[in-house]
Design a protein. Structure first.
Length: 389
């Protein structure tokens, strides 16, 4: 077993690839920055302050990243609960993406905490209380990562040739899927609930008492759009690991995902429009903030929603893929608007991330991609019966 693991740890394939050439210097630079962050504190590498305690590392890596990882609970619900076998071929890779995203984004959260060794406090209710939103989010987050690991564990057992363990873990799938779906609903909406107490700080166009529902609904279509985007890239980069028949079936899967994304985006837009009209916010869209809000809601929600519907109806893969990118940009924009851009919108001193914060964020993303590549080139992720090469 030790010899097997050592062999699997050896690099495979050419090193001088465009991704390696770009990512390796960024990761090494990010590690140096993290050294200064943990030795000299947040102020040495970030533009955070007492007025702006949350920055890019939390706004993008955590608040946004969790939404983009929503595809795992959506697909497992469709396959294991609704019994739609059409999407079974993408379950493993989707769960892997979700597991890695949560693992790395949870790790990134430690970067944003001034004293990361106190990260366990919310889990025990220390200084927060057991009824705090943060206490619930942390536990939902931890339990969901455990559930996703159990869902993915049969793949690891196949890789290690542990057939008996694989059969046992396979029996746990439905239970862990139901648990994972429940936890996803709670923590996706819980992140929105976290901002409910920040009403005086967030611009009225982005604050609503229905933020938990909006966060949950947006995570559905964000997850579906991310599956389309990641799946398209994976089917090009890892085409040698995927059965040729799967390439054709994936096109049909994309159309189904596009339909679901269109429905999710129209529901989200309807909720946003309903809240806008109910709260009588017409006077708020006559300045720069209003134009920025309309760009987000119309340009990156309504427009890609119609593009998804058009692409599904006319069987246009190109339209759907463009819509997926626009939908992802819209979710990123919304989460950053809520957590960073419109936060303390009235302040004269606006927060802008430092170049070090941007490099560390890219380090987290690139490292996650490296781990993903290592896993899919060794474990039977894309299909259940092939041995990865």
């Amino acid at each position: 077993m030790v010899h097997f693991v050592i062999q699997e740890m050896k690099p495979r394939g050419p090193w001088l690839t465009p991704f390696n050439i770009i990512s390796i210097p960024v990761i090494l630079t990010g590690l140096v920055i993290l050294y200064f962050r943990f030795v000299y504190g947040l102020g040495s590498v970030t533009n955070l302050s007492q007025d702006t305690a949350w920055g890019l590392w939390l706004g993008f890596d955590v608040v946004t990243g969790v939404a983009l990882a929503g595809g795992a609970y959506v697909i497992t619900f469709v396959v294991y609960v609704m019994k739609v076998e059409k999407y079974h071929s993408i379950v493993r890779v989707t769960v892997l993406n979700g597991l890695l995203a949560y693992s790395f984004y949870a790790g990134a959260l430690l970067l944003d905490i001034g004293r990361p060794w106190h990260a366990f406090n919310p889990y025990i209710g220390n200084s927060f209380g057991f009824s705090s939103v943060l206490f619930l989010i942390c536990w939902h987050f931890l339990l969901y990562m455990v559930a996703e690991f159990i869902e993915f564990s049969p793949v690891v057992a196949e890789w290690l040739h542990w057939e008996k363990a694989r059969r046992i873990l396979k029996r746990l799938t439905l239970t862990t899927v139901i648990l994972g779906i429940t936890l996803s609903l709670l923590h996706q909406s819980g992140l929105g609930a976290l901002f409910l107490m920040a009403k005086p700080k967030i611009h009225p166009l982005w604050w609503s008492e229905f933020l938990p529902i909006l966060f949950f609904v947006s995570s559905i279509y964000a997850g579906l759009a991310m599956i389309i985007f990641e799946g398209t890239v994976s089917h090009k980069v890892f085409r040698d690991l995927i059965d040729p028949k799967s390439h054709h079936s994936f096109d049909d899967i994309i159309f189904g995902l596009a339909k679901g994304a269109a429905i999710g985006m129209f529901v989200y837009y309807f909720l946003k429009a309903l809240l806008f009209i109910h709260d009588k916010q017409w006077t708020l869209i006559s300045d720069g903030w209003g134009y920025w809000y309309l760009l987000e809601v119309i340009g990156f929600v309504l427009v890609p929603g119609f593009m998804f519907a058009f692409g599904f109806r006319n069987r246009s893969l190109k339209t759907i893929k463009v819509a997926a990118v626009m939908a992802l940009l819209g979710v990123v924009l919304n989460r950053l608007n809520v957590s960073i851009i419109s936060f303390n919108w009235y302040s004269q001193a606006h927060y802008y991330p430092s170049w070090q914060e941007i490099v560390v964020t890219l380090t987290v993303i690139f490292t996650e991609i490296w781990v993903f590549r290592w896993v899919v080139t060794r474990m039977p992720v894309f299909t259940s019966d092939h041995r990865a090469r």
